[in-house]
Design a protein around this ligand. Structure first.
Ligand SMILES: [Zn+2]
Length: 282
């Protein structure tokens, strides 16, 4: 059973990445992957690139490393928004799991990374280490994702449990790809959100603001991705009520700006059903 004393987990490795960015009262736990092979490699990378840090990093064998106390802001979310709140660094604890993210399927049936010349690099993964699924953001080219290990998810679950007990304001678990749509793919479709949600009983009251469909032709297209080019999933009618979960981003130069598309859930529910143009929600 994990314990927190003075905003640190007892008995886990502490590898300091605190940038003294101010104090944090967490409302969310945000899940990430390292897009890396080893945790030690990821930590030295984070230390060298001073822009980034997580409260917790969990290795594939379940080993937990804390990098920042839970009452201090970590730079894990970047430009982000969720249910009307922006800059999620100021509202969330960042937990990162060692994981490659999306990988390529090779002709011999193994999986792994390729470099910019399409040459395989690093270790290979086998079929049973892979989840095959399209990302909810509509990126159809990334189909294969490294599975999170059982040991890793057990550790993640234990960390969430002790955080929820300690920080009463925590409402929900969010993915980096949900709060920075169009910018980030982590933790991706391999992350088992639905297994972890029951730890967060308050989440069902965090649906976000309600909006009403108001479109010139009376209908609103719900699409698979954040543009009119993506597949039509369904149509909503004027007067239908929805919640905006998050607003998507595009890059203008190297600056992330809102792209005008939003992830919605139906009124009173939490789940992403697709993307709509925000212009037609009032
Ligand atoms: Zn991330």
């Amino acid at each position: 059973m994990l314990q927190i004393i003075n905003h640190k987990l007892l008995g886990v490795t502490y590898s300091d990445l605190d940038k003294n960015d101010g104090s944090l009262t967490p409302k969310y736990i945000a899940a990430h992957y390292t897009a890396g092979i080893s945790v030690s490699g990821s930590i030295s990378h984070l230390r060298d690139i001073v822009k980034l840090g997580y409260h917790i990093i969990i290795d594939r064998d379940g080993a937990i490393t804390q990098c920042i106390p839970f009452n201090k802001i970590a730079r894990h979310a970047g430009v982000s928004n969720w249910k009307g709140i922006s800059d999620l660094n100021k509202h969330s604890i960042g937990i990162c799991l060692a994981n490659r993210g999306y990988v390529t399927r090779f002709a011999n049936g193994s999986y792994g990374w390729v470099n910019t010349h399409n040459t395989p690099i690093g270790n290979f993964l086998t079929e049973d280490q892979i989840v095959r699924e399209e990302h909810f953001n509509g990126a159809e080219t990334n189909l294969y994702w490294e599975k999170f290990s059982i040991a890793q998810m057990n550790a993640f679950r234990e960390v969430c449990q002790v955080l929820i007990q300690t920080y009463m304001g925590i409402k929900d678990l969010i993915g980096h790809d949900e709060i920075a749509m169009g910018r980030k793919s982590d933790p991706g479709p391999a992350f088992p959100f639905t297994n972890i949600y029951p730890l967060f009983p308050d989440r069902v009251n965090d649906t976000g603001q309600t909006f009403r469909v108001q479109s010139p032709d009376g209908k609103l297209d719900v699409r698979r991705g954040m543009s009119g080019n993506f597949k039509l999933i369904r149509q909503l009618n004027n007067g239908d009520k929805v919640h905006i979960r998050s607003e998507g981003y595009k890059y203008v130069g190297n600056k992330a700006v809102l792209n005008g598309w939003v992830s919605i859930s139906l009124e009173g529910t939490m789940d992403h059903i697709g993307f709509v143009n925000k212009l037609y929600l009032i």
